[in-house]
Design a protein around this ligand. Sequence first.
Ligand SMILES: [Zn+2]
Length: 131
Amino acid sequence: MARLAEMLRGKRGRIKAYLLDQRFLAGIGNVYVQDTLWYARLHPDRKANTLDEADIARLHGAIQRVLNEGIRAGGGPGEKDVYGREGRYYPDHIQIGYKKGQPCPNCGALIEELRVGQTTSFICPQCQQMA
Ligand SMILES: [Zn+2]
């Protein structure tokens, strides 16, 4: 967690862009990043340098949770595990990613889709506020 805080210090860009940057953090693609930010209760447009210690702690936990679930599920759609089986992350674990219009599993608000830079984000408007 100290390392994550160190990596984000002074970064003015959006948190989502850093999470997707494979030079910054390997292993989080656009499928996983949706749930990572949702578990962390962070809006994808939050500037990295506005995260406080509690935000970073939640983000750190969320990254580990999503990566562990992804590994256990054999990866995401289009990925294969070491036995060549199609990844099962998408149907089994995904919380809010690509579920526009469906209720948030945490609060029941309807999931929204928004564009951030080149990518599409799925967020819960209640759980992930800019604050
Ligand atoms: Zn919610």
